[in-house]
Design a protein. Structure first.
Length: 176
């Protein structure tokens, strides 16, 4: 059974408008389903243009997925994004999953990320969460995932990171 990264990826948004950071008010959470490798990007809005451009940036580094899944809450954004992405990658398909299981999994993951952002801001005495996202992302991808029995970083790159950031940690019970 051969597994290929990017068959199924999912994205969601975390609303951080209450902790506005300059022009940024949202976090794009993009995760590969197989490796659980997660990418975090600050967004100024949840406009289809900004979402599409940010997703294209990710795809140009890691390649596009065959299926890109998101919640039904992003339906309007998804139709515009699909047109933009299909112009470059005709085979890509966007899928809205509104199942309670997907919603619960996304909610838990997003709360974990929100907590990690808050911890990074507190430890570093820095209100600029958009700057801290890269460190939160590395920490999230470096922690052992209970489902994978290894870190998402190791699942993707087949090696451990040489160094890990020391400012944000998670207990093993929160990395499912």
């Amino acid at each position: 059974n051969t597994h290929v990264m990017n068959r199924l990826c999912e994205y969601d948004l975390i609303d951080l408008q209450n902790a506005h950071d300059g022009d940024h008010g949202f976090v794009l959470v993009y995760q590969d389903y197989l490796t659980k490798f997660t990418q975090l990007r600050p967004l100024k809005s949840k406009s289809p243009a900004e979402l599409g451009t940010t997703l294209m940036d990710i795809f140009c580094i890691f390649g596009p997925p065959l299926v890109l899944q998101s919640s039904a809450d992003l339906h309007v954004e998804n139709s515009a994004i699909q047109q933009t992405l299909e112009a470059v990658w005709p085979g890509i398909r966007l899928y809205q999953d509104d199942s309670s299981q997907w919603r619960e999994t996304a909610k838990i993951r997003n709360e974990q990320i929100r907590s990690m952002i808050a911890a990074w801001m507190f430890v570093n005495n820095n209100p600029r969460w958009s700057y801290g996202l890269k460190f939160v992302q590395l920490t999230l991808n470096s922690n052992i995932n209970n489902e994978l029995k290894r870190s998402p970083y190791e699942a993707l790159f087949k090696m451990l990171p040489v160094l890990r950031p020391a400012t944000v940690t998670l207990s093993s019970s929160t990395t499912d």
